[in-house]
Design a protein around this ligand. Structure first.
Ligand code: KIV
Length: 266
């Protein structure tokens, strides 16, 4: 496929064609996933859990994110590389500049930051300096200790109203993309309609502009044995990993994944 850029993603949204994203942490999987047609490789800080074996993403450092971003860059064949800014890497604007600069220099085309409207100024300043930003809203794993666990967000009307307003504020600040994690499907559909930038969902129903899963989850691998409701094992019915990656892309594109059973109600 031709190299995926922000313009590609915007035109996929405009055409109503779903965007396939997967997490990816190394060169071999970057090659396999990009060859399978995955448009966005997310170097997620979930690597702290699935690669490093931590019980949260909090221990991950920006240097580790840059290392894995560079690995993914070496294997990638045309996908857009999105790299996570890890816990406390954006606490000040100086940190946001330095840490996002390191990820972009390692090979990222866009960075992802967890948070809501309070990030507007950071996103604006990064975008002005050439760093496209994806804002990760809803369940933000880096704030698990504030949220009191990995829980669906936006179920109450006041929370839902706030999330809709935050999404619009972040688009206005210059966010290039939104990612919604574990939010009721109906709310995710409303937010997707309300903004003109692409919205990617995980546990957010089928109406978002695209989907993301953690690579290990969709290959049926689990360190803890706990499989979130929004996960589907794409190895089932496939004889190899390449087949599973292609089946994921097909299912996202033809909207057979996610099904109702993978989503949450308000
Ligand atoms: O780090 C990650 O893998 C993520 C996904 C769960 C969206 O942010």
């Amino acid at each position: 496929m031709p190299d995926v850029t922000l313009t590609t993603l915007q035109s996929l949204k405009a055409k109503g064609e779903k965007i396939a994203m997967l997490t990816c942490y190394d060169a071999t999987f970057a090659q396999a996933a990009s060859r399978a047609g995955v448009e966005i490789l997310l170097v997620g800080d979930s690597l702290g859990m699935v690669l490093q074996g931590h019980d949260s993403t909090l221990p991950v450092t920006n240097a580790e994110m840059a290392y894995h971003t560079a690995c993914v860059k070496r294997g990638n064949e045309g996908a857009l590389i999105l790299a996570d800014l890890p816990f406390m890497s954006c606490a000040t604007i100086e940190q946001a500049f330095a840490n996002s600069g390191a990820l972009m220099q390692a090979g990222a085309h866009m960075v992802k930051v967890e948070g809501a409207a309070w990030l507007a100024e950071t996103i604006r300043l990064l975008a002005e300096r050439g760093v496209p930003v994806c804002a990760h809203m809803g369940l933000t794993p880096q704030t698990v200790n504030i949220l009191g666990g990995y829980k669906v967000q936006g179920r109450q009307e006041n929370q839902a109203r706030q999330m809709r307003a935050d999404a619009i504020a972040l688009e206005q600040a210059g966010a290039a993309m939104l990612l919604l994690e574990c939010v009721p499907s109906e709310l995710a559909a409303e937010i997707t309609q309300a903004v003109s930038i692409p919205v990617i969902g995980i546990g957010a129903g089928s109406a978002t502009d695209g989907q993301v899963l953690v690579l290990h989850d969709m290959l049926g691998l689990s360190l803890t044995g706990r499989v979130p409701k929004f996960v589907k094992n794409f190895m089932v019915g496939q004889s190899d990993i390449q087949g599973a990656l292609k089946a994921y892309v097909t299912a996202v594109k033809d909207v057979s994944f996610p099904g109702n059973e993978h989503g949450f109600s308000a």
